[in-house]
Design a binder for this molecule. Structure first.
Ligand code: ZN
Length: 140
C-alpha cells in the first residue's frame, strides 16, 4: 500500500491509499479518483505540500538583524497580556499564590514579586507560577 497526498482542480487536498504507484497511475488515468469534497475528477498528486512547508519555514525564520527587535516585541506582548489579566499583589505574592493554590481564596490570576528562595519554595509546593519575561531595559 502506498499513500498519496492528492489535490483536485479546486485545490482541495486529501489523502488516498493505493495498492501501488502503478495502481494510482491506472486509476488516475481512468478518472476513477474523485475529490471527496467536490467530486471533481481532475485530481493529481499534491504539489502543494512541499511549497506550503517551505513557505511556513520561511515565515518563522527571522533574519538575524531583526531577531532582537522581534524578540523584544514578543516579550513585551507576553508581558502585556500577563500583566493586564492579573492583579498586582506586590510583595504579598508568595502568600497570595499559596492561598490560591490551596483554594483558600477566590481563584484568580495574580502577579507580584518573590525572592528566588520564595519562588523555589512555591514551585516545590506545586504552586504554579511563572517568571514574567524581563527585558534588559526593565532592569533600569
Ligand atoms: Zn475538490
Amino acid at each position: 500500500m502506498i499513500r498519496y497526498r492528492l489535490q483536485c482542480a479546486h485545490a482541495h487536498e486529501f489523502e488516498a491509499w493505493f495498492a501501488s504507484s502503478a495502481s494510482y497511475d491506472a486509476q488516475a488515468a481512468g478518472g476513477h479518483i474523485t475529490c471527496p469534497e467536490c467530486n471533481s475528477r481532475e485530481v493529481g498528486k499534491s504539489i502543494m505540500a512541499p511549497n506550503v512547508a517551505l513557505r511556513a519555514r520561511g515565515e518563522v525564520a527571522i533574519p538575524d538583524d531583526e531577531a532582537p527587535a522581534r524578540y523584544r516585541n514578543l516579550v513585551r506582548e507576553v508581558r502585556r497580556v500577563l500583566v493586564s489579566g492579573s492583579e498586582d499583589v506586590g510583595a504579598r505574592f508568595p502568600e497570595e499564590a499559596r492561598k490560591i493554590h490551596y483554594r483558600e481564596v477566590e481563584q484568580r490570576a495574580i502577579r507580584g514579586t518573590a525572592s528566588p528562595d520564595e519562588a523555589r519554595a512555591l514551585v516545590e509546593e506545586g504552586v504554579e507560577i511563572m517568571a514574567l519575561p524581563r527585558l534588559p531595559e526593565d532592569a533600569n
